[in-house]
Design a protein around this ligand. Sequence first.
Ligand code: 5RP
Length: 263
Amino acid sequence: MSWGLKDRVERVMKGGRTVMLAVDHGYFQGPTTGLENPRRTITPLLPYADSLMLTRGVLRTSVDPGQDVPIVLRASGGTSILKELSDEVVTTSIEEAVRLNASAVAVSVFVGSEHEKETLSNLSELVNEGERYGMPVLAVTAVGREMARDARYLGLACRIAAELGASIVKTYYCADFRKVVDGCPVPVVIAGGKKLPERDALQLAHDAVAEGAAGVDMGRNIFQSSDPVAMIRAVRGVVREGKGVDEAYASFAEGSARTLPAR
Ligand code: 5RP
């Protein structure tokens, strides 16, 4: 592994931990609730994100250059919620990622789905090209509509992604999550998934880290929160400061109370 690749992984995951803010949802969902105006959503959250996962379109239009946040560039896509989700191609080259000063690229793999082979090929292509430039690849173990989110299936998907050379793997939290982490020789981060009550989302982050996750790559549970800034700070408390759920939730509730409009 080249020094450049190791350095980039360390930027994304300082000290082996990360609160990655995922705002790439529009690449297949369009104007997702809470992300209708990406700049407005992203700007106040940036100071609290260890890294930012997004497409080049949103990076170019909605994030000012010179921000001190490592970029994880979404490099796969080409389909929408109206079609078969696994039918993805590589949309952004490693050379473009270097031009955009990205610290990693992200690609979805749909193990067990119709286009499993093509998505694993997308991952391999980016890993091969990434090795030439010292660019790490984050594999997103995307789950087809018909797939179970259990340790057996997610463990399979994570392990395959690591075997093909991903430097970081993103997956979903599940029962027996420790098995997923133990079977994956590279760091695992969890997606938040659909919006949950804030306390439940903090519990999810807490349990994942307690069972070996290196952190979160969280989107909707932050930017769809009633108070996104208070929520990302509470998530940081859990992931980076070892706070328990009660303490982190209390900090969220306090942050929220402070920002409530006066009556
Ligand atoms: C989609 C993604 C999203 O970034 C991911 O789902 C994370 O966001 P959320 O916490 O909202 O699930 O990679 O494929």
